[in-house]
Design a binder for this molecule. Structure first.
Ligand code: ZN
Length: 161
């Protein structure tokens, strides 16, 4: 499953990436019609809270209309009604670039904080922006939040890798 989030759901797109999904965001100012066209061309489900968008031709085939008011509610809706797995592949994608992370190279490793390197890996990097990802407290917090989403969606809270 691949996604395109409308402009109001940029925060959700980051969490979809954190869960391991390919989640694109609308370009600022992108017209609804353009989003529908792009989502169809790229086989993405278009996630929106805008009911009016469903009036666009072919939008109903690909749109997921969210009804909840906040992130926890959206997480529950997506898990329960649309088969999204919040523990698909936690922290396997760059949260900024939406591409799969790779093993950190020597240079990326050298830019990671000394004390985090002492904790052991995995140490990954984004092949696009070169940002480093290591299992620090931030990653632990994000994984805990994903576990929370999975629990809200009634999914088995197994320990992510
Ligand atoms: Zn990146």
């Amino acid at each position: 499953m691949k996604f395109l989030c409308d402009e109001m759901l940029g925060g959700l797109a980051r969490w979809l990436r954190a869960a391991g999904y390919d989640a694109d965001m609308a370009v600022p100012g992108e017209a609804d019609r353009g989003m529908v066209r792009r989502a169809r061309a790229q086989s993405r489900r278009l996630i929106t809270r805008d009911r009016a968008l469903l009036q666009i031709k072919h939008a109903r085939d690909i749109a997921i209309l969210l009804h909840a008011q906040n992130l926890d509610g959206w997480a529950e809706e997506l898990g329960k009604r649309h088969g999204l797995n919040w523990l698909l592949a936690p922290l396997s994608r760059c949260l900024v670039c939406n591409v799969n992370l790779v093993e950190a190279d020597t240079e990326a490793l050298s830019r990671m904080p000394e004390d985090s390197r002492a904790l052991g890996g995995p140490f990954r990097m984004c092949p696009s922006c070169k940002r480093g990802y290591w299992p620090g407290s931030h990653v632990k917090r994000m994984k805990a939040r994903l576990q929370g989403f999975a629990a809200l969606a009634g999914q088995n809270p197994v320990e992510p890798p």
